[in-house]
Design a protein around this ligand. Structure first.
Ligand SMILES: O=C(O)CCC(=O)C(=O)O
Length: 242
């Protein structure tokens, strides 16, 4: 498929996992019913982005008792005929990306967050062949590292997907810049998907989920509220731009 519609579901996320999962499912169904063949969800969409939540809400994806987030994605992808990054149209998990560069930040008086307190970094790049092309996967802070995007481009990726949750301190200056830079460096598509902004939590996300084309042009974007960004990807543009 060289031309298809993508949806970036900028979801509102609560502390209630039992609400977050069906809420994400409804957004995926809505996107697929509106013609999207690839649906991207935010980084950490089943729980709040906080140190205390990460292990509490985590799921053992290999476990046989049907981890709820995993099971929902695996059911909804074939039911709706779409790729939910990175569940294929057959409902099978196509790839699992473990965040390579953890986000540890300490700016006194501004933001302190240390993912390495609760997470272990991955050590592999993740590139996956899907019905909607070859996709390189990164999570949030991974977008800051041009080498990863270059590696994906060298391996023939058409699209880089970065579910992310930039924040109010780094989002304004860097979120759009990083996406456009990675796209134009490598002349391919870059898609990002953030949670919607919630100002009542400790880590406030920037939002602005976006699709960028191979000349660094913004094809579609949104603000910080809950929204689904719909856009068309046409891979023939990659060759054309190159
Ligand atoms: O790199 C940044 O400024 C933000 C990264 C981030 O929020 C994350 O990796 O979750």
């Amino acid at each position: 498929m060289s031309k298809f519609n993508i949806a970036l579901c900028q979801l509102s996320i609560t502390s209630d996992k039992e609400r977050n999962i069906p809420h994400a499912r409804e957004a995926i169904e809505h996107a697929a019913q509106n013609g999207s063949k690839l649906v991207v969800l935010p980084e950490i969409w089943n729980c709040p982005y906080s140190d205390e939540s990460l292990s509490k809400y985590a799921e053992e994806i290999e476990s046989e008792d049907g981890p709820p987030s995993f099971s929902m994605l695996s059911e909804v992808a074939p039911a709706q005929g779409c790729v939910c990054c990175v569940f294929g149209m057959d409902g099978k998990l196509k790839a699992k990306h473990r965040k390579l560069h953890l986000f540890d930040v300490d700016i006194p008086g501004d933001i302190t967050f240390k993912e390495s307190d609760t997470l272990t970094a991955g050590d592999e790049a993740t590139i996956v062949d899907t019905d909607v092309g070859r996709i390189g996967i990164g999570i949030c802070h991974n977008i800051r590292f041009p080498e990863l995007a270059m590696l994906y481009a060298a391996r023939g990726a058409h699209l880089l997907c970065y579910p992310g949750a930039f924040n109010m301190s780094t989002g304004q200056l860097l979120w759009e810049l990083m996406q456009r830079a990675r796209a134009v460096d490598n002349q391919l598509f870059v898609a990002t998907c953030s949670p919607a902004r919630d100002t009542n939590v400790s880590y406030i996300t920037w939002g602005h989920s976006t699709l960028v084309g191979p000349f660094g042009e913004i094809i579609a974007s949104t603000g910080h509220e809950e929204a689904t960004v719909f856009a068309e990807i046409d891979y023939s543009l990659i060759q054309f731009r190159r």
